[in-house]
Design a protein around this ligand. Structure first.
Ligand SMILES: Nc1ncnc2c1ncn2[C@@H]1O[C@H](COP(=O)(O)OP(=O)(O)OP(=O)(O)O)[C@@H](O)[C@H]1O
Length: 260
């Protein structure tokens, strides 16, 4: 398997004609886990949606490559087949479709016709991964996310991640709404995926998650682009000083568009 590298150059994204992402650069080597932090409304989820090919998010310029594959040239399903995965900030409910059926269909969609996962292997794998996440087996038969609590939905996103084994995952605020124990199980699930063939971008507001999933790099995004990159200590600095402290350090004012 090729080691995936995610390279984003000077990405600009508009939503309903309004420019949101303004020159976003990111370079992630295969196997790395990075964290993306930034104030509300700065465009973190917009980057995620644009990379996954959401039609509402118009990439007006820039490039995004997963290995040699040009993501921006691909349809949504092609991006998923290429190994992209998004754990959503607000996971959708899919009424009438059981979690197990949903996962099996998604896995087979990626594997392609003639290469479907054998049923017994699927059941065993699902069992094992649900146990790892301390999810009750009844969640396999329940409709996708229907009636799930906020924390159960987030855990279900990680179950999808572990079952689909993508090359590159974006986890959008996977820690929001999780109690302390669930946070640990989610971190355990993500850490179990760690390998040189799996890259992961964790969008989060809280340093706490990064105590459990050690990132290789931490990026701070403001006003539509990354303004500072560092190691895990950057998240601690942010927690201590807040975004105002970071803005003062970088000389960013509220109305000003950050210059490249
Ligand atoms: N589908 C949409 N329609 C209209 N505006 C949108 C849409 N998606 C994003 N926006 C706007 O783009 C801006 C950036 O939103 P985005 O969700 O990317 O921010 P964020 O950094 O992820 O914020 P948060 O930390 O609050 O989740 C916001 O002003 C938001 O209202």
């Amino acid at each position: 398997m090729t080691v995936p590298e995610l390279k984003i150059n000077d990405l600009h994204v508009s939503v309903e004609g309004k420019s949101i992402v303004k020159g976003f650069d990111l370079d992630m080597k295969g196997g790395e886990i990075h964290a993306l932090m930034g104030p509300n409304g700065t465009g973190k989820s917009t980057v995620a949606s644009a990379l996954m090919g959401h039609p509402k998010y118009e990439v007006t310029s820039g490039q995004a490559f997963l290995g040699n594959e040009n993501l921006l040239d691909m349809a949504v399903d092609e991006r998923a087949r290429a190994g992209m995965f998004l754990a959503m900030q607000y996971p959708s409910e899919v009424s009438g479709v059981s979690n197990a059926d949903f996962l099996r269909t998604a896995i087979n969609g990626r594997r392609g016709e003639g290469n479907e996962i054998p049923l017994m292997k699927f059941i065993k794998t699902l069992d094992k991964k649900m146990q790892m996440l301390e999810m009750d087996q009844s969640f396999a038969e329940r409709y996708v996310n229907e009636g799930f609590s906020g924390g159960e939905k987030k855990r279900n996103e990680i179950l999808q991640l572990m079952m689909l084994e993508p090359k590159f995952a974006i986890l959008d605020e996977i820690d929001s709404g999780l109690d302390i124990d669930a946070l640990k199980w989610v971190a355990k699930g993500v850490n179990s995926m760690r390998s040189e063939n799996f890259g992961c971008l964790i969008i989060t507001h809280y340093q706490r998650l990064l105590n459990y999933i050690k990132p290789d790099k931490v990026h701070i995004m403001m006003q539509g682009r990354i303004v500072k990159t560092g190691g895990p200590e950057l998240a601690l600095q942010l927690e201590k000083e807040g975004y105002d402290g970071m803005k003062a350090e970088l000389g960013i004012t509220d109305d000003e568009t950050v210059e490249a």
